[in-house]
Write a protein of this length. Structure first.
Length: 297
């Protein structure tokens, strides 16, 4: 049954994107010697170029860093517009392990069960490998949803249980009802996805109209929940470690912060060489100047 899921995933990854997004992805991927580039986030859904575009670059070879991904910020003037992108980079092999739930990470499979587009490939040989990895993320998420969700319910009930659990496990704050927003704005993506993922995982289920009922044995449910308990314990510490690392390794952090500050406050922030090299040390002084400028205004 994996073929049906992979066909569905492959079709979703072919989602049309703005030509400027594809051009930016190609530029970033070629500079990084990547194997593939995935585009995701709200700009994928809306097709807009405003704000920050989100990319994942998957690299050939082994993972260079123990705490991944490495995040960077980029700006590109293209056809009279300044495009902005936040880029995460990690080895493709590590991405596969994380998507299949073999690592302690909770972010990859929870992120890529949601919509994404495959916007660049080094060669066509990588396409089925990326499709398989994203299908793995869908199976990992669906397996946990079966264990966390109700005895029977709609597909949305199971996805909501999954997203609520992953939000609580990670070191971030989401507004109440965020899981409802994800499902409503991506309704076409999630329509029919859960049964396909359960079939690919070999999870039997009953169907009565829109209601589903996974038939997990007590042993299978206990095994899945034990797997989740280990990852839930590491969720917040791992995400905190990534935040600490990003404070010193986020390439382009000063430019990204300056853009965010000006966008939200209207106060421009000059990027000096010292601020570019030491964004964390520069932050208190920058924030004080922004506060003072707003008070004067």
């Amino acid at each position: 049954m994996i073929e049906a899921l992979e066909q569905r995933i492959g079709e979703g990854l072919e989602a049309a994107v703005h030509p400027a997004v594809a051009a930016f992805a190609a530029r970033l991927a070629e500079e990084a010697d990547a194997a593939a580039a995935l585009f995701y986030g709200s700009n994928l859904r809306t097709g807009e170029l405003e704000g920050v575009l989100d990319f994942y670059l998957l690299l050939p070879g082994s993972q260079a860093e123990r705490i991944w991904p490495r995040v960077s910020y980029h700006e590109w003037e293209h056809e009279g517009h300044v495009l902005r992108a936040k880029v995460a980079r990690m080895a493709f092999a590590t991405f596969v392990r994380a998507a299949e739930g073999e690592s302690r990470d909770t972010t990859i499979w929870a992120r890529f069960v949601q919509p994404s587009a495959l916007v660049w490939l080094a060669t066509e040989e990588w396409r089925p490998r990326v499709v398989s990895a994203i299908a793995g993320a869908a199976q990992t998420a669906a397996r946990l949803a079966a264990a966390l969700g109700p005895e029977s319910g709609t597909a949305g009930d199971y996805w909501r249980a999954l997203f609520r659990a992953t939000y609580q496990a990670e070191f971030r704050v989401e507004k109440p009802g965020r899981e409802d927003s994800i499902l409503s704005v991506n309704a076409a993506h999630f329509e029919g996805l859960l049964p396909l993922a359960w079939e690919a995982q070999g999870i039997p289920f009953a169907r009565d109209g829109e209601r589903l009922a996974p038939r997990l044995s007590t042993t299978a449910r206990r095994r899945i929940l034990s797997w989740w308990a280990r990852r839930r314990r590491f969720g917040k510490p791992l995400n905190l470690a990534r935040l600490v690392k990003a404070s010193t390794t986020f390439d382009g952090a000063a430019r990204y912060a300056a853009w965010k500050i000006e966008r939200h406050t209207g106060v421009p922030v000059a990027i000096t060489p010292w601020r570019e090299r030491h964004p964390v040390l520069a932050a208190p002084g920058v924030l004080f100047r922004v506060w003072r400028a707003r008070r004067r205004g």
